[in-house]
Write a protein that binds this ligand. Structure first.
Ligand code: FO1
Length: 349
């Protein structure tokens, strides 16, 4: 069985762990014997950011660390057993983006990645090389080797610009407005998400560069040759939406011979974690499982889905799509494996 999964964020990483468990991977990380199965993840890269000269790929790294048992599962991002010496030193220098912490172990990944990227290797090749160490058991493909960055247009306190200046930030030295003044700016996704905890209402969320990006090598083939395509319960806007914004990917999903099943990222109209509700509001989609299902749409009517899983006890009317309910809390890979089995049952494979 070849399963291709569109994934982003912690939700995507945990879902992939469930796909592995469904295909017989053991909790100790050992692979099923002589398995012909293959899992290929197409991962959002529009959260990526360059800070301190380092290329940071949060979603790819979440997958890498989660699937190799190295993730900090409490915090939800980064490596387990981290230390923070370098981040503290950088903050003491007043270096850029003090709101974004990099763990010491994690920095080693960014150093290796950035060195390879700067030597001219594409991100897909770099992640394959990094994966040699971690053996995640899933082929992790960036959605694109091209730079795509989600920007979020907000009104933010003008005073924050002066604070950035004092800290040597990108707008260094700018004049502050009076207390209470706001200014309309396009923030990098990470600044909106981490610094402002998505607390500034987005006027627009745009994956800058997506329209001219090309899918990374292997992405279209993975979708075309899959026996099953799954859309993880990741953020439909800033994870799945950005992947689908890369020309060719949506068309590949629409034309694959494999059934396509999506999983709702909402339970009781609330995101399991993260801020999918706020992101959905920014694109005019209600934060309900049904609205997300309709946003993805049925393949028979210009959309993506043949099947759609919603949380236990919920229902959704998505014309042209088979819908089933099942517990969606990804408490462990075993529970998540049951979701994957339900996806297969829904489309009869
Ligand atoms: N999330 C935070 O809330 N605070 C951080 O300081 C932070 C640092 C960070 C560093 C590396 C990395 O791979 C992820 C990091 N994240 C941090 C998580 C990340 O911002 C988001 O959760 C994802 O981009 C959304 O999927």
């Amino acid at each position: 069985m070849r399963i291709a999964v569109l994934a982003g964020g912690v939700g995507g990483a945990r879902f992939l762990a469930g796909v592995k468990a469904h295909l017989g991977w053991q909790p100790d990380g050992s692979a099923p014997a002589d398995s012909p199965d293959e899992i290929i993840a197409i991962v959002n890269t529009a959260d990526d950011i360059r800070l301190h000269g380092l290329q940071i790929c949060p979603d790819l790294d979440s997958c890498l660390y989660t699937l190799s048992g190295q993730a900090d599962t409490e915090r939800g991002w980064g490596r387990a057993g981290e230390t923070w010496t370098v981040s503290r030193e950088l903050a003491d220098y007043g270096a850029e983006a003090p709101w974004f912490s990099l763990g010491d172990k994690d920095i080693a990944t960014h150093l290796v990645r950035t060195r390879m990227l700067d030597a001219g290797y594409p991100l897909s090749a770099v992640m394959a090389a990094i994966g040699e160490r971690w053996q995640p058991g899933v082929r992790l493909l960036p959605m694109s080797d091209d730079r795509v960055e989600t920007h979020v247009v907000v009104d933010r306190p003008a005073a924050d610009r002066a604070q950035d200046g004092a800290q040597g930030g990108a707008q260094g030295g700018a004049q502050a407005g009076a207390d209470g003044d706001t200014e309309r700016v396009a923030l990098h996704f990470q600044e909106w998400w981490v610094r402002y905890r998505a607390g500034l209402t987005p006027h627009a969320i745009t994956p800058v560069g997506a329209d001219v990006a090309t899918p990374a090598p292997g992405v279209l083939e993975a979708i075309r040759d899959a026996d099953l395509v799954l859309i993880a319960p990741s953020n439909p806007v800033v994870s799945i939406g950005t992947i689908l914004a890369v020309p060719g990917i949506r068309e590949a999903i629409r034309s694959t011979a494999a059934p396509v099943v999506g999983v709702s990222p909402l339970i009781d109209d609330k995101p399991i974690r993260g801020h999918a509700d706020i992101c959905l509001a920014a694109i005019g989609v209600e934060a309900t499982a049904q609205a997300v299902g309709r946003h993805y749409g049925a393949r028979s009517v210009d959309g993506l889905l043949d099947g759609y899983l919603v949380a236990e006890g919920e229902s959704a009317d998505v014309p042209g799509v088979l819908v089933a309910d099942i517990p969606l809390l990804m408490t462990d890979p075993g529970a998540t494996a049951a979701m994957v089995a339900a996806c297969r049952r829904l489309v009869g494979i």
